[in-house]
Each structure stands twice: as structure tokens, then as C-alpha cells.
Design a protein around this ligand. Structure first.
Ligand code: ADP
Ligand code: 5GP
Length: 187
């Protein structure tokens, strides 16, 4: 059996990662979503074990000490991390994995797994992020402000990703990401 392949999608908050990741997963049943651990509160439409493994700060830090993460970051005051067991199992089973992680996490995954394909999603304009986050109605205004503060760093680091996709029109961006994934799978 061949080894599983790894696709990382990163972007500033509100750029459309979750929406596009879901479309890729729907188009490619051979991919599974890499479920990260996080200490942030669960959103109404999220399910423990499907979207994230929701952990207390104590549980998360215990896993850090036990070396259970490939990478982890503190983002917007919460911890987020990729679980080693999740990735190793997928690679062993020949299962492809799709990651939705921040830019720093994406670059860390590439250091550990150089074969990973990194896709950075850009908003057409920074103001679109603000508008999309407000429309999503999942974040309080102060959380939105916090998310926006990280954007310049994310846009700068994102330039080092091998694939850059602008999420202008959702359907067009989904097609471009799907083409990128298809090309990576044939290599
Ligand atoms: P992220 O996971 O990067 O934070 P989401 O996928 O949750 O972003 O998208 C943020 C919001 O923007 C959602 O409400 C989503 O429906 C919307 N959205 C995504 N792509 C577009 C687009 N191309 N044009 C307009 N709205 C979009
Ligand atoms: P959200 O709270 O909107 O779900 O995610 C906030 C940020 O954390 C996003 O940029 C998302 O990609 C990132 N993220 C989610 N899981 C992980 C992870 O395991 N590692 C890292 N580094 N970032 C993550």
C-alpha cells in the first residue's frame, strides 16, 4: 500500500479555509480531515471528534509534555495542535489527510513531512476578511479584532507556501484548490 499524502490549507481567519476544506473533502473521499486538538470553546455547529478534539488547557499541556503533537501554537489566546497519532496512523494506512492549520503550523508540518503540499488561501482584500467574519456570526467583536491583528503576519508568512489561491469567488477558488490537489496526487 502506498503512503498517505498530506495537504495543508492555511489562511487568515475568515478567508474561507473551513468552507474550502469541506468542499475538497466532499470531492475526494480518499481524504480525511486531520482533527486537531484545541482549547477554544466549541461553536454551535461543531462536533467533538469531527471538527476538533476539545481539550481543557490542562489536558492540552499534558499532551504537549507527553510529546503527542507534531506541532502546536498559541493562537488568539487558545492552544491548537496537530496530533502525531492522527498523522502517523493515516500515513501508515495509506490514508490522505487534509489539514486546516495556521501558517506557522503549516510550515512546521512541512518541516516534519517535506512531502506535504501547502496551499495558502488569500482574501481578495483584507476588508473582506472582516466582512466575512462578521457575516459568519460565530465570533464576538473583540475576538474578531484579535483575529484581524494576526493578518499581516499571516499574509507575509503565507508567501512561502508553494501554492497561493485567492478566494475571490468561492466556486472558482474551490476549483483551483481541487486542481492543485489533483496535480499533487498524480505526482
Ligand atoms: P475560515 O475557516 O478561514 O475562518 P470560513 O470558511 O469559516 O473561513 O469562511 C468565513 C465566512 O466567509 C463563512 O461565513 C463563509 O461562508 C464565507 N465565505 C467563504 N468563502 C467566501 C467567498 N468566496 N465569498 C464570500 N463569502 C465567503
Ligand atoms: P478556528 O478557531 O477559526 O477554528 O481556528 C483558528 C486558527 O487555528 C485557524 O488559523 C486554524 O487553521 C488554526 N488551527 C486549527 N487547528 C490547528 C492546529 O492543529 N495547529 C495549528 N498550528 N493551527 C491550527
Amino acid at each position: 500500500m502506498s503512503r498517505g499524502k498530506l495537504v495543508v490549507i492555511s489562511a487568515p481567519s475568515g478567508a474561507g479555509k473551513t468552507t474550502i476544506a469541506r468542499a475538497v473533502l466532499a470531492a475526494y473521499p480518499t481524504f480525511r480531515f486531520s482533527v486537531s486538538g484545541t482549547t477554544r470553546p466549541v461553536r454551535p455547529d461543531e462536533i467533538h471528534g469531527r471538527d476538533y478534539i476539545f481539550l481543557t488547557r490542562e489536558e492540552f499541556l499534558r499532551k504537549v509534555d507527553a510529546g503527542e503533537f507534531v506541532e502546536w501554537e498559541e493562537i488568539y489566546g487558545d492552544y491548537y495542535g496537530t496530533l502525531k497519532a492522527e498523522v502517523e496512523r493515516a500515513l501508515r494506512d495509506g490514508q490522505h489527510l487534509l489539514f486546516d492549520v495556521d501558517v506557522k503550523g503549516g510550515l512546521s508540518i512541512k518541516r516534519v513531512y517535506p512531502e506535504a503540499c501547502l496551499i495558502f488561501l488569500r482574501p481578495p482584500r483584507v476588508e473582506d476578511l472582516l466582512e466575512r467574519l462578521r457575516n459568519r456570526k460565530t465570533e464576538k467583536p473583540d475576538t474578531i479584532t484579535r483575529r484581524m491583528e494576526r493578518v499581516p503576519m499571516e499574509l507575509a508568512l503565507g508567501t512561502s507556501f508553494e501554492h497561493q489561491v485567492v478566494n475571490d469567488t468561492l466556486e472558482r477558488a474551490i476549483e483551483e484548490v481541487k486542481k492543485t490537489v489533483a496535480a499533487y496526487l498524480t505526482n
